[in-house]
Write a protein that binds this ligand. Sequence first.
Ligand SMILES: *Cc1c(COP(=O)(O)O)cnc(C)c1O
Length: 387
Amino acid sequence: MPTYGRLAVTFTKGEGAWLWDQNNTRYLDALSGIAVCNLGHAHPAIHKTICAQSQQLLHTSNLYHIPQQEELATKLCTLSGMDNVFFSNSGAEANEAAIKIARLYGKQKGIANPAIIVMDNSFHGRTMATLSATGNPKVQEGFTPLLEGFIRVPFDDIAAIEAALKQHDTIAAILVEPIQGESGVNIPAPDYLNKIRALADQHDILMMLDEVQTGIARTGAWFAFQHNQIIPDVCTLAKALGNGVPIGACMAKGKASEMLTAGKHGSTYGGSPLVCSVALTVLDIIEKENLCQQASDKGAAINKALTEQLKNNPAVVDVRNKGMMIAIELDQTCTELVALAVEAGLLINVAGDKNIRLLPPLIINNEQIELLVNTLCNLIEHHTQQK
Ligand SMILES: *Cc1c(COP(=O)(O)O)cnc(C)c1O
């Protein structure tokens, strides 16, 4: 079905931050399949794991114990401070689990119709529940009736959350992205998550973070919430956890971890031996290659180089980053830059019409960073002069 307006390019192979098309033309990937391939393409250790695991066992279902799944859950809990994990196959499904946890939590508190506070400009996925939670009219258009039970407030606005908590006595949870990705790399005030944590404690509601895009070293920490020295009650993951194999995870802590008991939720594929063995390898590589630190250092280097090269361009409103989540905000729409960049051998993305979004693989090297910055700055200079 024509659900995507695709660019006129077909990739046939990759290696690290490089991709090649059918004509053997090379492209620098500064998007990583939308924050998925943090370790780049065709990583030899991932290849090895997929081969070895496929020789042993791909799938048995969750009717039986799956040691790889248990090991991955333990590892994720150790890294995050969470207590347990439900495995799904995508980010939207991970968020579905979070929404179900919130509703059970509300019910347990005696709320007949529990509600979840969600944010303007958020993105949580394309299933009916997650598009209802999403704060983008384009995503919701045509799909009413939406799922009920979401109360929307502006992002990065603690007073708005406080007001909603005062106004409604049905709230069971707050669901928020630590940094909004799809709407343009919106980085909130440094203490935003700390204040949400405090409010959630004060009102006995769940703090639920959608780290589908920010999680797994992207922002320079394993999880974005670790920049704030807090732990949420629920945290969802997907994208980079599998580096390209489909996996999602909903981690929970404390009371939230006791909601989904036997029979309350499930997935046929979720947490299979194959995807869990790959995810374990992903975590292992990030640890061994110190990629959290690398994301932090390289993100800062890219921001510095972009800022320097673009400093005299009045059309550039802002260059911002948290680790390797990077945006260049222009004072004009720039969606046409994506296709122009492809012609120049560079893969980028535009989010929220005016923000060039970069999500390079964390293994990108200095030479590639230089090529990325130079190619992109040339494109921006050209584009903004023409207007
Ligand atoms: C990508 C994304 C999702 C949806 O993940 P899918 O795997 O496409 O279902 C949800 N939340 C955030 C923050 C995302 O970036």
